[in-house]
Design a protein around this ligand. Structure first.
Ligand SMILES: [Zn+2]
Length: 461
């Protein structure tokens, strides 16, 4: 099975971190509609012009977040992040990044093999206590220390079968120093016990905070580098590993995470959920959502589907998720690769940071995407649904190595949403959607140009 990508002159450096062979066959003059059949991405020249605008959508003009405020709830976290990166990095101010302007992924010193997170939320204190086990192996050289991303974590204990000389955390990093060198290829584990009252990455929504009675829950958001606020780890996208998340919640609550449910057990009023992601994925795609949530079940062939909302909004769940099965069928046919994960769940949470976030096998969505039957002709969730579902392949199965390549995640998700729109509502609707997005791109480009001009000294325009 191969997925075919780009070739010079574009020569886009999207890393395939999944083990699939990525071969390049698409030449610039073949650019036409991206038609994916089986395991081949084909471009047809005769349709080039019709889809020229569509290609623009693949570029970083993902302006829905700012130019279409009324559609803000359709915006996924990646798009929001992308926009944030543009502004934070000063690109819109016409500044040149430091150095030679090139962006490189972080160097990997160790190969992270497996991460196991075991934690307990405290809904009253809005804090967590937990333990993280990280299994890793030095890649090229023997090491005597490992540095982990860990922001404002109260580290209680660090343990390993290898003797630890010392450890120290400075509110940004946890540095663990071993007494003896760990050889390249040698696999070891470290276990870190900690507490946290996260300011980012993990959010509580409780009655005390003003949310509806009976809706208490918490959720996480990893992208881009937020998980370091609630557990220590390798928080960068150029590393893949299997993971487990175990959570202990009060009886009556549920807990959701990536992969498949290994075990659920209640002892003395506490229910422990154990989820395992058996396919490698990246750190930012880990998800932990727990609390009072109601479930609607579905199925796509043998793939379990489920849709969760807080209880007070459950009546609107069926409307909002009714396209999911059709979307998955469409994407499997177009992409030619079966849905890559053990299940596909969607969970709506209160006051989410964006429209949706494509965590592997479990997408988080804003409750703003829910709508009642009364608004049937005005509202729809299928675009957000299609966008996040596409990310399960483009973004999750294939992941950007560095955030500078994030536009590829977003470009594919945006474009396939338009293709699904064509399947559902016809070509005119699809073309209008492409036109609308391209308009957003043009508008952003013009804004950037205007801002760049404003930054320059007089007389140099
Ligand atoms: Zn997205």
């Amino acid at each position: 099975m191969s997925i075919l990508f780009w070739e010079s002159p574009f020569a886009l450096p999207w890393e395939n971190l999944t083990g699939f062979p990525v071969t390049s066959t698409i030449r610039a003059f073949d650019w036409g509609p991206m038609v994916c059949r089986r395991n081949v991405v084909v471009m047809k020249l005769p349709k080039f012009f019709r889809h020229l605008i569509g290609l623009l959508v693949l570029f970083p003009g993902l302006g829905l977040a700012i130019d279409h405020h009324q559609l803000g709830w359709e915006t996924c976290a990646s798009k929001r992040h992308f926009w944030g990166m543009q502004t934070n990095s000063g690109q819109l101010k016409g500044e040149v990044p430091p150095g030679n302007g090139r962006q490189y992924a972080r160097d990997r010193v160790v190969d992270v093999r497996h991460v196991k997170i075991d934690f307990t939320p405290d809904f009253k204190r809005r804090s967590i206590s937990g333990n993280v086990m990280i299994r890793f192996s030095p890649i090229a050289e023997a090491i005597d220390e490992i540095s982990l991303d860990a922001v404002d974590l109260d580290i209680k204990k660090v343990e390993s079968a290898r003797k630890i000389k010392t450890w120290d955390n400075d509110d940004k990093k946890l540095l663990i120093v071993f007494s003896d060198k760990v050889k390249a290829g040698e696999v070891i584990e470290v276990s870190i016990s900690y507490e946290a009252q996260p300011e980012d990455g993990l959010y509580f929504r409780t009655r005390e905070m003003g949310y509806p009675k009976g809706d208490d829950h918490f959720w996480t958001q990893g992208e881009p580098e937020k998980h370091r606020y609630w557990f220590p780890g390798y928080d960068y996208p150029n590393e893949r590993f299997t993971s487990e998340v175990i959570c202990h919640v009060p009886e009556g609550m549920t807990f959701l995470s990536n992969g498949r449910l290994v075990n659920e057990e209640t002892v003395e009023g506490v229910t422990t959920f154990h989820w395992k992601q058996e396919k490698e994925h990246v750190n930012y795609l880990i998800s932990a959502v727990g609390g009072h949530l109601e479930k609607l079940e579905g199925r796509h062939g043998s793939l379990p589907l489920a849709f969760y909302t807080p209880p007070s909004e459950f009546a609107e769940a069926r409307n909002s998720f009714r396209d999911t099965e059709k979307i998955l069928s469409f994407l499997e046919k177009e992409i030619g690769v079966p849905f890559p994960w053990a299940k596909y769940y969607s969970v709506c949470v209160s006051d989410f940071v964006a429209g949706g976030m494509e965590n592997t096998s479990i997408t988080t969505l804003t409750t703003g995407t829910l709508f009642s039957s009364d608004t049937e002709n005005l509202r729809s969730s299928f675009r957000l649904n299609a966008h996040e579902a596409t990310h399960q392949w483009f973004g999750d199965l294939l992941t950007c190595k560095d955030w500078s390549q994030l536009w590829l995640n977003e470009g594919f998700a945006t474009y396939f949403t338009h293709l699904y729109e064509e399947e559902k509502n016809g070509t005119d609707e699809m073309l209008y959607g492409l036109y609308r997005d391209a308009g957003g791109f043009g508008q952003q480009g013009r804004k950037a140009h205007r801002m760049a001009r404003l930054q320059r000294p007089h007389g140099t325009i």
